[in-house]
Design a protein around this ligand. Structure first.
Ligand code: GLC
Length: 617
């Protein structure tokens, strides 16, 4: 009898599952506890395709179109979300709820309010909130700031990259944000490009090693990742941001498509289209590369999002721009401020049969699929405990990443490692500036040029700590110093602001104070001091005749909040250098763009070749 009862109860339960309402009433926020992954909502039934078909059947055109538009938080309210059935909202670089130092609670409340509106309107489809957490949750004051990708490429350790993505995902979830516009899969061919530091390398083999880890670290820890910017964003002529790529289809397939094949294999949820064009045709209207190659040939099942206002660079009226991009295979329009116009334009195009309902249903089903598979329906209010923010574990991980990304380019006369009881004279703006060490996409879109970003240890403070513990000292008079440490840097920049055809230590985006620091290095060298150079930059820079004044020289890239500690760990010898150049270091402006993808790559023509890096051992 008992067995029959159990079967009966099970049968009733299963029937209950079949009848489950895909549009549940909202529940209280569900905190994910480490020991308890469940929430008080019933898990959805497994047949996702069935659910998607039910949504498509039930949803109005307005509800479908709302899913295909992403608004910027500064231009949309929770009421708008309810009225227009908005499916996604983003924070652009530096777009905080109220102020740059808002707490995670303030962020979470903002996201919760949007989400509550979404769950209480239309088809009750949860909102997906996106942001650029490209080196930690870098919009959030107090988040761990990891090294930018150029340093991770020099470290080239998949495990490390996975752990950094995982840590970033957890810090994002303290604010309820479940979509990261990362990793950039930019295979950078010309370091004149302002986004060089967002790429791991010039060479696809580094992406072969790191792409899957970067993506799985997000997607296995509650955050949807974005493979960006499709296709060949790093291959524009002369590295011009949003420029033109003049390459054959075979070259595009042999080099630039490879990371996207890796990304799809890793199960990436979204792909962002590049502003750039290929052979004169803007990527955002390239139906061949988006629909035919990415979706049909490679089998990408997630959704494609346009870049910020990017469709407005297409020719024609706004309605035509919307039609071209969506008919090329873009599923969601990142139209931060013109999202109402985007909604109207999509509807007008559908009513005029310029965009088919099949295309609309394909886009909406892809978006809903990602939301179902990522767990958003099961956990629309998911939140990670704020104890993970800048935790000891995350600080240690970031510090290790700094160490592993440093590249020792020169070390004559055993200049390094330093003794911990030395007298050291330190100079250079970036020697005492966590903002400069973090670079672009930190607190603000163009980075933070004030020293306080809420976390971190400067190079000066880290070195001072070591010396103080070992009866060494920082001296204010250079004549009292055995070693002179000269920190050179670029000013923080993002995207086109960093486009630079000068690339010297004293021009382009270089910190103007570098000239003074270089003069000090020259004098110190002539006075027989041990001169150590540390370069904080988003790319290799032309060293010209200055290298001769340094006994040792370290490429530190953009190491982030733990830059000071990681650098001190290595220059005092607690750890050896392990980093290898993932970018060719050119000798002159004429050889910028000359890199290891060439068949005839000649290492004698460059300052330091791809793969170069000294060690103490
Ligand atoms: C920017 C960038 C892109 C970023 C997006 C949202 O212009 O091109 O990488 O994800 O807009 O901030």
């Amino acid at each position: 009898m008992k067995k029959i009862m159990i079967i009966l109860v099970l049968f009733l339960f299963l029937i209950g599952c079949e009848q489950i309402n895909p549009n549940p009433e909202p529940t209280d926020p569900c905190i994910i506890n480490p020991d308890d992954e469940t929430c008080d909502q019933l898990p959805y039934d497994e047949d996702i395709d069935q659910q998607i078909q039910e949504f498509l059947f039930e949803m109005s055109l307005e509800e479908k179109v709302g899913q295909m538009v992403q608004a910027e938080r500064s231009s949309v309210t929770p009421t708008d979300v309810s009225t227009y059935y908005i499916g996604s909202i983003l924070s652009g670089g530096g777009s905080h709820p109220t102020a740059f130092n808002d707490s995670a609670d303030v962020w979470y409340q903002m996201v919760y309010d949007y989400q509550y509106a979404a769950m209480n309107s239309g088809a009750n489809i949860p909102l997906i909130y996106g942001t650029d957490a490209v080196h930690g949750h870098n919009n959030l004051y107090g988040a761990t700031i990891f090294p930018h990708n150029i340093g991770l490429g020099a470290a080239n350790d998949p495990e490390l990259v996975y752990e950094i993505s995982k840590a970033t995902a957890k810090e994002m979830l303290t604010t309820g944000i479940t979509w990261n516009f990362a990793p950039a899969l930019s295979i950078v061919q010309n370091i004149g490009w302002g986004r060089s530091y967002e790429g791991y390398s010039e060479n696809p083999e580094i992406f072969e090693s790191l792409t899957q880890s970067a993506i799985k670290g997000y997607e296995e820890n509650g955050v949807s990742a974005t493979a960006k910017h499709y296709l060949a964003d790093g291959a524009t002529t002369n590295g011009i941001d949003q420029g033109d790529v003049n390459l054959s289809e075979q070259t595009l397939r042999d080099i630039y498509l490879l990371p996207y094949i890796e990304a799809i294999e890793a199960g990436v949820d979204t792909v962002m289209i590049s502003y750039s064009s290929i052979n004169g045709v803007k990527m955002h209207e390239q139906a061949y590369w988006i629909q035919d190659v990415l979706k049909d040939e490679l089998g990408f099942e997630g959704f494609v999002v346009s870049d910020w206002n990017a469709i407005q660079q297409l020719s024609g009226s706004y309605q035509e721009q919307v039609a071209k991009s969506i008919n090329a295979g873009v599923d969601m329009l990142m139209e931060p401020y013109t999202w109402r116009d985007a909604i109207e334009a999509i509807k007008t195009n559908v009513e005029a049969n310029i965009i088919s309902m099949d295309r609309i249903n394909d886009a909406v089903s892809r978006i809903i699929r990602v939301k179902l598979e990522s767990g958003l329906f099961d956990n629309p209010y998911a939140r990670e405990d704020t104890a993970v923010l800048y935790s000891d574990e995350h600080q240690a991980l970031a510090r290790e990443a700094v160490r592993r990304g440093l590249v020792l380019l020169k070390n004559d006369n055993q200049s390094l490692p330093l003794e911990k009881n030395e007298s050291i004279y330190l100079t250079g703006t970036a020697s005492d500036h966590v903002g400069y060490m973090s670079g672009g996409w930190t607190t603000y879109w163009q980075g933070n040029t004030s020293a306080d970003i809420g976390v971190g240890t400067s190079i000066k403070n880290a070195i001072t700590n070591v010396l103080n513990e070992n009866s060494g000292q920082i001296v204010n008079n250079i004549n009292d110093a055995q070693t002179v440490v000269v920190v050179l840097s670029e000013l923080p920049y993002s995207e086109g602001v960093g486009d630079n055809q000068i690339l010297t230590l004293t021009g382009g985006n270089a910190d103007p104070n570098n000239l003074n620091a270089l003069n000090i290095a020259q004098q110190a060298h002539q006075n027989g001091k041990n001169v150590v150079g540390i370069l904080i930059s988003g790319r290799p820079l032309l060293l010209g005749d200055y290298l001769q004044y340094f006994d040792s020289f370290v490429a530190a890239w953009l190491p982030g909040s733990e830059g000071g500690l990681g650098i001190a760990d290595v220059i005092f010898g607690d750890y050896d250098f392990t980093g290898k150049l993932s970018y060719t270091w050119p000798k002159s402006i004429a050889y910028v763009g000359y890199n290891s993808n060439r068949e005839d790559y000649d290492e004698n023509l460059v300052q330091f070749p791809y793969g170069y890096g000294l060690t103490y051992a």
